[in-house]
Design a protein around this ligand. Structure first.
Ligand SMILES: Cc1cc2nc3c(=O)[nH]c(=O)nc-3n(C[C@H](O)[C@H](O)[C@H](O)COP(=O)(O)O)c2cc1C
Length: 383
């Protein structure tokens, strides 16, 4: 039986001390132009024993690839030039200071580069579609721009290597550019990047090819490359893609010898497509080769549910759970799982090292983030 405390070797040789992962989570702590801040570093330092592998939040790889935030909020972090190297080095150092492996999530917002729209700058995407929820136009990317973005993912990988990260995660999920290419809802291109399933996959495969090439050429042998995907894109009648199509994309990613595939789930690690008997885990696991590990996420806040998740996955990612309990993996490795905090409270709040922007994002009446257990009770007490 799999145990949370198992030590795991990833396919290229990196050794994880347990099966717990901290998934990427935006900390709302960036300074102007996407540089990280003292708050960013303090937050990650506090989580240096949260997991065996911590995936730092999304960093955009091209100057036009972000920021994904609205004007006025703390900026999304960036990694599109060497100006970011000193900050990235410091970030990797903090994450690794007590043994976590550090992974950098690399990303392009596509049409979600909201701040650019507010600044009157063009916002680039796959096709000029009119999306109800967008108040700006999408300028379709030219072939030259697409080729440049592929290279930018490679350059960001090189920067991650130079900065001392142990790996990168390609952000192919959550409606950002890679997913926008794959989705029929946002891709109406008539060239080699649009139309057939094969064409809609092309950008994801080109990015993965470039990232894995750079990792091989410039990284240490055990450098980790993971890929994150949303297992389906279905909003009522609008089907961007279903799980079967996503599974074809995952199958096509296999030749790139990824260390892991990370399914971005918002409900629970055992969730299923609507009307399906099979869980997402059962759908995707069969197309992974034996050496690509599966990472699942969703709704884990204590050791028991983390253990139960291992019935479905190789590695379990714990998002909001590590926001509330920065020592999640440490307490498990020390044999003290009953001391894991599963609810936020005013007693533990200051020890969590939450950036101000993160606190505001969760407590704002307009928040669209998933709930944090105990938050409403805590806010009442603080009133
Ligand atoms: C505050 C916050 C920020 C997030 N930022 C990112 C991100 O930068 N990249 C990403 O792929 N997912 C992001 N996510 C999604 C999480 O990685 C995770 O999939 C989600 O929180 C569900 O896991 P949980 O139930 O354990 O919290 C974010 C989630 C939260 C709550």
């Amino acid at each position: 039986m799999k145990k949370l405390t198992d030590s795991i070797r990833l396919r290229h040789g990196a050794q994880l001390t347990n099966r717990i992962v901290q998934p990427p989570m935006k900390t709302f702590s960036g300074l102007k132009k996407g540089f990280n801040s003292q708050e960013t570093l303090d937050y990650y330092q506090r989580r240096s024993q949260s997991a065996a592998m911590i995936i730092a939040e999304y960093h955009y790889v091209s100057p036009e690839g972000g920021p994904a935030n609205r004007l006025g909020s703390p900026e999304q972090l960036a990694a599109f030039s060497d100006d970011y190297l000193p900050g990235l080095k410091e970030l990797a150092k903090r994450i690794k200071s007590k043994g976590n492996k550090a992974i950098l999530q690399i990303h392009h917002s596509g049409y979600q580069a909201h701040q650019r729209a507010s600044e009157g700058l063009p916002v680039y995407g796959v096709s000029a579609v009119d999306l109800d929820f967008l108040d700006h136009e999408i300028v379709p990317l030219s072939i030259e721009q697409i080729k440049q973005i592929v290279k930018d993912f490679g350059q960001a990988t090189k920067r991650a290597i130079k900065a001392g990260f142990d790996g990168v995660e390609i952000h192919g999920a959550n409606h950002y550019l890679i997913q926008q290419f794959f989705s029929k809802n946002t891709n109406y291109r008539k060239d080699q990047y649009g139309g057939s399933l094969e064409n809609r996959m092309r950008f994801a495969l080109e990015v993965t090819d470039e990232v894995t090439r750079v990792a091989k050429d410039f990284g240490p042998e055990d450098f980790i490359v993971g890929y994150r995907i949303s297992p389906e894109e279905i909003h009522g009648q609008d089907i961007g893609y279903n799980a079967e199509e996503a599974r074809e994309l995952v199958a096509a990613l296999q030749p790139y010898e990824l260390d892991y595939l990370h399914l971005s789930l918002w409900g629970s690690y055992d969730s299923k497509p609507k009307d399906s008997q099979q869980t997402f885990s059962e759908i995707f696991q069969p197309v992974l080769d034996e050496e690509t590990l599966l990472v699942l996420v969703g709704g884990v806040f204590d050791a028991d549910s983390a253990q139960r998740a291992l019935d479905y996955t190789d590695l379990v990612a714990i998002g909001r759970g590590t926001l509330i309990e920065p020592d999640f993996a440490l307490k498990i490795s020390q044999g003290r799982p009953e001391f894991i905090n599963s609810h936020i409270s005013k007693e533990i709040l200051t020890d969590l090292a939450w950036p101000t922007g993160l606190y505001e994002a969760f407590t704002s009446p307009r928040s669209t983030l998933p709930p944090i257990p105990g938050m409403q009770e805590m806010l009442k007490e603080l009133q």
